[in-house]
Design a protein around this ligand. Structure first.
Ligand code: GSH
Length: 232
């Protein structure tokens, strides 16, 4: 049995980590049985990040490495009919979402002072007062350092949001009027598409990106479609 390690549901989302939501969506779309375990503290995870899976003797951390492993071991029902060019488009979209759009979400949630207060009182709500302040302060400090080192943290929030808007418009263009990103059937890339779009739409964090999605002719129905297909 595949054991999935993910965060607890939060902010109206099955998972407030786009990567964990992506991986769980993949497991569902691929029809794989799994047991989910909810983790509060990612520092104890194999690579100190969530999600990861355990399958018998194997432990695999990182959503994309997990999906590669699952495809190798259980087959690739979502990808076997795609052409190399379709895989290339899907790969480019997925990488855009995970390596850039992700940082726009991080900037929104963790750098905005009102959102910091919200996260501190919800996600970290069970940690006793003084200790919570200390831990949370350290996380924000470390995150600022990481974002500066990455480069994204050197831009203004308006510039960062501009990157995110360009990414969402790109995904919307690729989707066009198709039901799924690459055609009539869902692929692993829709797991990324859904994991990220659903997280951008998280109610407590309205942004220009969530406004863009709300006003899109295709994206709201796309989110609903993948969610219904994966989770019923
Ligand atoms: N490349 C990883 C990224 C996972 C990731 O960044 N997870 C975040 C939550 S969204 C995390 O666990 N962060 C904890 C930390 O960095 O301390 C994947 O695809 O799984």
């Amino acid at each position: 049995m595949i054991e999935l390690y993910k965060f607890v549901p939060q902010f109206g989302l099955r998972d407030a980590s786009p990567f964990a939501l992506k991986l769980e969506t993949y497991l569902r779309l691929a029809g794989l049985d799994y047991t989910a375990h909810e983790v509060m503290d990612p520092t104890k995870a194999p690579k100190a990040k969530i999600p990861y899976i355990v399958d018998g003797e194997q432990t695999i951390a990182d959503s994309s490495l997990c999906i590669s492993y699952l495809k190798d071991k259980y087959g690739d029902p979502l990808g076997e009919n795609l052409s190399p060019a379709q895989h290339a488009i899907g790969h480019a979209l997925k990488t855009m979402l995970e390596e850039r759009t992700y940082w726009v979400i991080v900037n929104t949630r963790w750098m905005d002072e009102d959102n910091q207060k919200l996260i501190k009182s919800t996600w970290f709500g069970e940690i006793p007062g003084l200790f919570r302040g200390f831990i949370f302060g350290k996380i924000i400090k470390d995150m600022k350092k990481t974002m500066y080192g990455h480069g994204i943290g050197r831009h203004s929030s308006a510039e960062i949001m501009g990157f995110g808007l360009a990414d969402i418009a790109c995904l919307e263009s690729v989707l066009g009027n198709k039901p799924y990103l690459l055609g009539d059937s869902p692929s692993e890339y829709d797991a990324s598409g859904y994991g990220f779009l659903a997280n951008i739409m998280a109610k407590p964090f309205p942004t220009a990106m969530s406004d863009y999605i709300t006003n899109s002719k295709t994206l709201p129905a796309y989110i609903e479609r993948v969610q219904a297909k994966a989770f019923g």
